[in-house]
Design a protein around this ligand. Structure first.
Ligand code: B12
Length: 236
């Protein structure tokens, strides 16, 4: 698909690049989408690819699943393309592997019955690049497993990702488990996922201690929650 250029520039208009990406995903052309994103990343960097192209495309595709403009299979292709990009970003010089771990540890995972791995993986990648040690428990993690792992590793933060209304309700069990074991304050509960953006009261409803809208905002949230945990312990 040809991409239009803006006047006096060779750089294609952002809206056209996004549209081309969505078209390639719709055609399940993973290689084509990768090629488009690679070329864009070479000019603007990997971080910008996520901010300017992939997250908006995933949101647009997600919104139109309900309107039946896109299928779940297309959402799946979109997530695979994003994972390809994530892997490449991690392998860049200065990417994920390069930073000395200096913070944490923390525990991350998707809420029970939630299989939307991508957002969690992006948060983990961003945190690691900022020096956090992450124990990533993967998808579909029972509440007790989160808390067991936090105790085993000495983590002060449990981060739970949930993308649907139903799976977000499972976070209440993590809250209960933390409180029931007398760990309130000492273990902080970070929550996130697109559903928290569209339902402002959900953070309080499920008993989270804080949330971040995207991976770029996650490091400052984790810094804040870590400090809160230390303060809470000092007052015990
Ligand atoms: C890709 C996708 C899938 C893929 C997931 C593949 C994968 N490996 O991840 C597949 C096809 C498997 C899938 C399945 C389903 N999906 Co789906 N999916 C999506 C889609 C299009 C994109 C999700 C995504 O990857 N977004 C991109 C990432 C980068 O964004 P993110 O996850 O929000 O993460 C960012 C932030 O939220 C934040 N963040 C995320 N986690 C955390 C955690 C912490 C601690 C913090 C601080 C921050 C944070 O940082 C991340 C990075 O910036 C969304 C649409 C949307 N609007 O998001 C629907 C969507 C989430 N899915 C939906 C549904 C309904 C389903 C299914 C139930 C469909 C079905 N009928 O089977 C199943 C459920 C499976 C399950 N039980 O988990 C609905 C949920 C509706 C709702 N609110 O309840 C959505 C919103 C689509 C829609 N409009 O209907 N899906």
């Amino acid at each position: 698909m040809p991409i239009a250029t803006t006047p006096n520039q060779t750089e294609p208009a952002l809206t056209d690049v996004r549209q081309s990406l969505i078209t390639l995903i719709k055609q399940a052309d993973r290689a084509g989408a990768n090629e488009l994103l690679d070329a864009w990343a070479n000019r603007h960097g990997h971080e910008e690819v996520f901010k300017m192209l992939l997250e908006p495309a995933l949101t647009a595709i997600g919104e139109s699943i309900t309107g039946e403009k896109h299928t779940l299979a297309q959402a799946y292709v979109a997530s695979k393309v994003a994972e390809d990009m994530l892997t490449k970003a991690m392998n860049q010089p200065g990417g994920n592997a390069a930073t000395e771990p200096t913070k944490g540890p923390v525990v991350l995972g998707n809420a029970e019955s939630d299989f939307h791995a991508l957002g969690r993986r992006m948060v983990a990648t961003m945190l690691r690049s900022k020096g956090w040690v992450i124990h990533d428990l993967g998808n579909d993690v029972p509440a007790s497993e989160f808390v067991d792992k936090a105790l085993e590793t000495g983590a002060r933060i449990i981060g739970v990702s949930a993308m649907t209304m139903t799976t977000a309700q499972g976070i209440r069990d993590v809250r209960r488990e933390i409180d029931a074991r007398g760990l309130s304050g000492r273990i902080q509960l970070a929550v996130g996922g697109a559903v928290f953006l569209v339902m402002p009261g959900l953070l309080e409803e499920v008993g989270g201690d804080g949330t971040a809208a995207n991976m770029f905002a996650a490091p400052s949230l984790f810094d804040r929650l870590w400090d809160q945990s230390i303060q809470a312990e000092a007052t015990l």
